[in-house]
Design a binder for this molecule. Structure first.
Ligand code: HEM
Length: 537
């Protein structure tokens, strides 16, 4: 009985979040869901054996602070503002913040979870710099706990000593400039493989699915960094790709416990929510065990300059007190945090170039002038002088941020933001997608104008390394992305080669690129980019 109620609740909530609720019919369906939940909740609550309660004075103080924050009307019983989110929360939130927000802040009740949305550069600075420590944790998610072994990885692990250690490993051992440089030949080899495939298609002017090709490419690059000091292994790379996608579906989908954490404490709910995550985790486990075992058997003398992440993590086992599960968690997160973001960024750059032929021509002129005609490929040595290429990548990361709400932060102590007290335990989403289109910082913010980042341009001084708050595609502060140095050479090298060797046309009859977006762990286009490569004369 409880399982049936739960399944119905789950389905209703899923429908609610995955569809636009702006029409009257859908608004009434939101009300129906709410009614269903009002009826279902007492039933489910009866099943809770133990329930942690905040002391009533703490709860009252907390509610008093929250009540002072601006919040939109239309809050429904139990589901709160969940029905207002729609299928593209990063877009809906911009509208809600514009209508109902104050001082760059807006409080929504998503299910039972108070969630603060931050949508001005000043408020983002107050959260990510002035109160960086207070806002540096992550919320507890059953699914993330299974996928990331605890979670004990660098991205989903709550703030604390373990997180500090694994983040340090990421920044000082796995993703340093030196380490990234050591993968240079692997990057060039993978780009060469992409060029070979494109060249084949260009011979017969065949339409190619460039999005799919770039997705595979990004995954292969990370696969190499993780375990690739072995010969290239297609089947292992394909398995990594499949499992990373399975994780993305689990993490990016609707998870009941993200909005009703108290429910997730019920054994029956936990089992239902986590069954798929356990299956996927088991497959990761088998794959990683196999690879770690193989690395352990290999003599240290065989690990060259290009040691991969598994080699590095094994060598740090004693120093950092790492268990095998800790090592696996770091490996899984490198795929999860690194692949999708880098791929989406890369794909978006190409999409913008196809949509803006004048920008494409100017970039081709930059690359083709610097690199002699007929060269086999543009190498990383050639990239140094490509200022327009760098401006294009920045402009793409401004206009189409892969993770426009960052990863949710969680406050660990009361903190003052723009004159409001944000109580400990509040979930915080920074709408960096809104910041990078704020007209008070950006001229013509909806237009693709890479020149703004060139010398003399209005944003020439802006960078994405966490110090310019209107422009935070990688976040800022303690939880900032450690993967910039890894992602940039890969994106620059690939784009430079694709525009050096080929001109790009839309398939015959296509008038433009379909830009419809879907929200998940990252925001990506629904339809893949299909293009025709043409070898220039
Ligand atoms: C264009 C590519 C990338 C973008 C746009 C990007 C963006 C982000 C963002 C927005 C966050 C969350 C920051 C926050 O919560 O405040 C993040 C975290 C993270 N990223 Fe990236 N990322 C990219 C590439 C990479 C790569 C290549 C790796 C590793 C190979 C990586 C590893 C991580 C990790 C481990 C975290 C968690 C940091 C923490 O919680 O302390 N990222 N990234």
């Amino acid at each position: 009985m409880a399982a049936q109620v739960l399944q119905q609740v789950y389905k209703s909530l899923h429908d609610l979040l995955c569809h636009d609720t702006s029409s009257p019919q859908q608004a009434s369906s939101a009300m129906a869901t709410s009614v269903l939940l009002v009826v279902a909740f007492p039933l489910l609550a009866l099943l809770l054996v133990r329930r942690r309660r905040l002391s009533s004075s703490t709860a009252t103080a907390r509610e008093q602070h929250l009540a002072k924050l601006p919040s939109p009307p239309g809050r429904l019983p139990v589901i709160g503002h969940l029905h207002l989110m729609g299928s593209l929360p990063h877009v809906t939130l911009c509208d809600l913040a514009a209508k109902h927000g104050r001082d760059g802040l807006l409080l929504l009740r998503l299910g039972s979870v108070p969630t603060l949305f931050v949508s001005s550069a000043r408020a983002a600075q107050a959260v990510l710099r002035t109160n960086d420590h207070a806002f540096s944790s992550r919320f507890d998610s059953a699914v993330a706990g299974i996928i990331f072994y605890g979670p004990s990885d660098a991205a989903f692990c709550p703030y604390g000593e373990h997180w500090r250690q694994v983040k340090k490993i990421a920044t000082t051992h796995l993703l340093t400039n030196k380490k990234v440089r050591s993968y240079r030949h692997a990057r060039e080899r993978e780009v060469r493989l992409v060029l070979d495939k494109v060249r084949e298609a260009a011979k017969t002017r065949t339409v190619i699915d460039l999005t799919e090709m770039l997705n595979e490419f990004s995954n292969d690059i990370i696969s190499h960094a993780v375990s690739g000091s072995y010969p290239r292994d297609e089947s292992t790379n394909a398995l990594f790709r499949e499992l990373t996608e399975a994780n993305s579906t689990l993490l990016g989908g609707f998870n009941l416990d993200d909005y009703f954490p108290v429910l997730a404490k019920l054994g029956i709910v936990r089992r239902m929510l986590c069954a798929e995550a356990h299956k996927v985790n088991q497959r990761w486990d088998e794959l990683l065990d196999r690879l770690i075992d193989a690395h352990e058997r290999r003599p240290a003398s065989e690990r060259g300059e290009e040691s991969d992440f598994i080699d590095v993590l094994l060598s740090l086992k004693e120093e950092y007190n790492l268990t095998r599960d800790h090592i696996k968690a770091q490996l899984v997160v490198m795929f999860q945090a690194g692949t999708d973001t880098s791929f989406v960024a890369l794909d978006n750059v190409i999409v913008e170039l196809v949509r803006n032929p004048a920008v494409m021509a100017k970039l081709q002129a930059e690359v083709r002038t610097a690199v002699p005609k007929g060269k086999d490929m543009v190498t990383e040595d050639d990239l140094e002088g490509f200022t327009y290429l760098r401006a294009i990548i920045k402009e793409t990361l401004r206009l189409r941020i892969p993770a426009p709400l960052l990863v949710p932060h969680l406050s660990m102590a009361d903190a003052d933001v723009e004159g409001y007290t944000i109580p400990s335990g509040t979930r915080v989403l920074i709408n960096v997608g809104a910041l990078s289109k704020d007209p008070s910082y950006w001229e013509k913010p909806e237009e693709f104008i890479p020149e703004r980042f060139m010398e003399g341009g209005s944003a020439a001084a802006m960078d994405f390394r966490g110090n310019d708050f209107p422009f935070l595609p990688f976040g800022s502060g303690r939880r900032m992305c450690p993967g910039i140095n890894f992602a940039m050479p890969m994106i620059e090298l690939t784009v430079a080669n694709l525009v050096y060797h080929f001109n790009w046309e839309l398939p015959p009859g296509e008038k433009g690129v379909d830009m419809t977006e879907a929200f998940g762990l990252t925001v990506h286009r629904v339809k893949n980019l299909h293009v025709v490569p043409v070898v220039p004369h």
